[in-house]
Design a protein around this ligand. Structure first.
Ligand code: HEC
Ligand code: HEC
Length: 396
């Protein structure tokens, strides 16, 4: 605690009320270590960072946050905190309790972030309890068991009213095979909800149309399920979400996105202690796919010519924003009433060799099909270029 106070004194003088700070260091985790006191202690800092990240403030997604987060008076800041005290679900239920003491070192922050990623309840939902009691369905719905025989990314907890809740964590969707950051493209929560509906007399047939590897994260009356993305190399990205609704003006934007996501997932009744989303964002920023692009291949040159203007090497083979109607892409997400911007972000292709089900709707099943589909302009490629580019893509 003493150490925190010293840091606080150093930073509080320069940070309060200032405009968002651009990260000067390429080491995002280091930036987050240095700015932890700002986020934890300064409402003005958080408010400024929120506003800077919502570059389309008229979107309902943005408006909801702008009217409730980091306000001078009232709003979500006043919500009581929830404790992260959960039990894993499966053959060996284990109780896990996360401390909200402020970590002191990089290692401690990252270790907490990792725990949050796997165990903090992101979103509770009635059908999850039912699902957690149907082991015979787990496999076909893409739920995985961890080394202890528990469902990866599903936890139970008791809410403040004493009711048992079942919730999903980041790890269920973004922790394929226990690898934090890898999208679980077999997870089919839409189908799970459709079967749940059939058994319980609810009309959930629309959910059944989502398809594996996608989730409709919005409640906007439109069925627009989106591919669960990999979380690699976020420090090279300028925006997040397929439709780029959030600008990563600074790493604080990611923590605020997670903080507000937990608040929504808890039905706007509780908020996490801010140590939780800050540690989580730090951890997510540290995730890398562990692959090594082979730039000595002839396919690298071909890729640079045909794809490099958008998928830029210095941005982890991702890049900026593209008007959605300028390329061959499913337009649903870019038109989403809640978070559509009219744009798509060019996703990073690092880690793509270990991925499947591509594009924002997860409907393209292989890298070969991406090329055969005529991405991005509907042009066909010579057989030789195709073979070379595929060889290179398979090293990413
Ligand atoms: C039920 C599945 C699910 C869960 C649980 C989930 N996500 Fe996601 N995540 C998604 C989907 C789907 C998207 C795409 C949303 C969009 O594009 O609007 C996404 C997008 C993201 C992105 C943006 C990535 C990018 O490059 O655009 C990040 C970062 C992220 N999630 C992190 C997390 C973290 C951290 C947690 C835990 C707090 C979490 N997610 C929980 C499904 C999930
Ligand atoms: C005009 C810009 C542009 C060019 C040029 C371009 N892409 Fe893309 N790429 C995008 C955008 C935008 C997306 C996201 C589209 C979506 O989600 O539907 C994307 C998505 C992808 C994906 C899917 C990634 C995922 O995680 O689902 C792959 C693979 C891909 N591109 C490969 C290529 C290859 C190979 C080339 C060259 C032949 C290429 N791209 C050229 C803009 C471009």
């Amino acid at each position: 605690m003493r150490r925190l106070l010293t840091i606080l004194l150093t930073f509080s003088v320069i940070s309060c009320g200032e405009a968002p700070v651009e990260p000067t260091s390429t080491d995002t985790v280091q930036w987050m270590l240095e700015h932890a006191p700002d986020y934890l202690e300064s409402r003005e800092f958080r408010r400024a960072e929120l506003e800077a990240s919502l570059w389309k403030p008229e979107l309902p997604y943005a408006r909801k946050r702008l009217t409730a987060y980091g306000l001078e008076r009232g709003g979500w800041d006043l919500l009581p905190e929830f404790e992260v005290k959960v039990t894993t679900v499966g053959e060996n239920p284990t109780e896990i309790e996360l401390s909200s003491d402020v970590p002191q070192t990089r290692e401690e922050w990252l270790a907490l972030g990792e725990q949050v990623f796997w165990y903090a309840p992101m979103r509770r939902d009635g059908y999850l309890l039912w699902l957690s009691e149907r082991p015979e369905l787990w496999d076909e719905l893409g739920l995985q068991a961890d080394a202890d025989g528990n469902i990866r990314g599903v936890v139970r907890y008791t809410d403040p009213l004493g009711d048992q809740r079942t919730a999903i964590t980041c790890g269920a969707c973004h922790g394929d095979q226990g690898i934090a950051g890898a999208a679980n493209k077999n997870l089919d929560l839409g189908r799970a909800r459709a079967i749940f509906g059939e058994e319980n007399g609810l009309d959930n047939t629309l959910f059944g149309t989502w398809g594996p590897g996608t989730v409709d994260v919005t409640d906007d009356g439109v069925t627009d399920p989106l591919a669960i993305p990999n979380l690699w190399n976020l420090d090279t990205q300028t925006h997040i979400n397929h439709s780029a609704a959030i600008k990563l003006d600074s790493p604080a934007a990611l923590a605020i996105r997670f903080e507000t996501q937990y608040i929504e997932g808890q039905s706007l009744l509780r908020r996490p202690n801010r140590v939780i989303p800050w540690a989580l964002a730090m951890y997510v920023y540290s995730l890398k796919p562990g692959t090594r692009p082979d730039t000595s291949l002839p396919g690298h040159t071909t890729f640079e010519q045909k794809c490099g203007s958008c998928h830029q090497a210095d941005k982890a083979f991702g890049g900026g924003l593209i008007p959605a109607d300028s390329i061959n892409a499913d337009p649903l997400a870019s038109n989403s009433p809640l978070r559509g911007t009219g744009y798509y972000k060019v996703p990073t292709l690092l880690g793509i060799s270990n991925s499947d089900r591509f594009m924002n709707n997860a409907k393209v099943d292989s890298l070969e099909d991406v090329i055969d589909s005529g991405h991005p302009y509907g042009e066909t490629m010579s057989e030789n270029d195709k073979v070379e580019i595929l060889e290179f893509l398979n090293t990413l």
